[in-house]
Design a protein around this ligand. Structure first.
Ligand code: ADP
Ligand code: MG
Length: 268
């Protein structure tokens, strides 16, 4: 379990996480949702110790994050950050092999090679494993980065907007793989996701943030509610149930979403 206790994070004068306290269950998929700038990436960075917080503490399996050395932490927790710009001439397989670094220290064992092959297979990258990253599409690069994160083979997997750049088939495929990792290996997955229907259909729990505060935190059934989502996103959202799943509909062309004038590209 990850316990987050009274986390406050400021950037200069601005407080972007406002005293967050919550638990993230082990062996589940937890989706973090919320509008742009609500603090999702900052929260993920603090949980993975990529960023410090101004006050509060995070516990991983009841042990303070501060008590882990970097190598040890990398064996427990892997994070894929939001933007992965890479300008190195390396192949997909070489990138995925980086995920083994905390285990191999650069010398790959048979077990490391197995984990790399497995991750390439999961992500349907075997046919392009020897291609260079700079020759690939955004979606293929994204899948290679996810494969690298999976190859790290940690109990906790944190993914910041992993579905970015992916078409529908690959988005569904990734969510199915994540479900399988939870079911077969009891992994704990925390991901930031923009499409609330992916969160609704594939996550167990949802944390909803707005302006650095938790608006809702609970199971999909507890959080996917019209009043909660409409408040978070500041727009009307209708929910329908289809085959037992809650589907959010925010595509009503009759509804006017409020946009401030400055965001409208008006040609005078
Ligand atoms: P989200 O991932 O939900 O879009 P972020 O966690 O990236 O939100 O950002 C939360 C807020 O913190 C935003 O207002 C953003 O502009 C601000 N912010 C993020 N990173 C920095 C930084 N390095 N310096 C200053 N402000 C930042
Ligand atoms: Mg973000």
């Amino acid at each position: 379990m990850i316990s987050i206790r009274n986390i406050i994070k400021r950037y200069r004068q601005k407080t972007v996480l406002k005293d967050l306290t919550l638990n993230i269950e082990k062996g589940k998929i937890t989706a973090i949702i919320g509008p742009n700038g609500s603090g999702k990436s900052t929260l993920l960075s603090i949980i993975s110790r990529l960023k410090d917080c101004d006050s509060g503490e995070v516990f991983l399996d009841k042990r303070s994050l501060k008590a882990y050395n970097s190598k040890e932490l990398a064996k427990h927790l892997a994070i894929l950050r939001q933007s992965n710009y890479i300008n190195l001439k390396i192949t997909v397989a070489e990138l995925v092999a980086f995920g083994r670094f905390p285990h191999s220290q650069g010398r790959l064992s048979v077990d490391d090679h197995d984990k790399i092959e497995q991750a390439l297979h999961y992500m349907e990258l075997k046919t392009i494993k020897d291609r260079f990253l700079n020759e690939l599409s955004g979606g293929q690069i994204q899948r290679a980065f996810i494969a690298m994160t999976l190859a790290q083979d940690t109990d906790y997997i944190l993914l910041d907007e992993p579905l970015n750049n992916l078409d529908m088939k690959h988005s569904v495929q990734i969510m199915q793989i994540l479900r399988r990792l939870v079911k077969d290996f009891n992994k704990t997955i925390i991901l930031v996701i923009h499409d609330i229907n992916f969160a609704s259909c594939y996550a167990d729990n949802i944390i909803a943030l707005k302006e650095g505060k938790i608006i809702a935190n609970g199971t999909v059934d507890e959080v996917v509610k019209e009043d909660i989502l409409s408040e978070i996103y500041d727009m009307p959202i209708k929910i329908e149930t289809y085959q037992g799943r809650k589907i959010c509909n925010y595509f009503d062309p009759q509804e006017q979403v409020h946009l401030s004038n400055s965001t409208l590209p008006i040609n005078k």
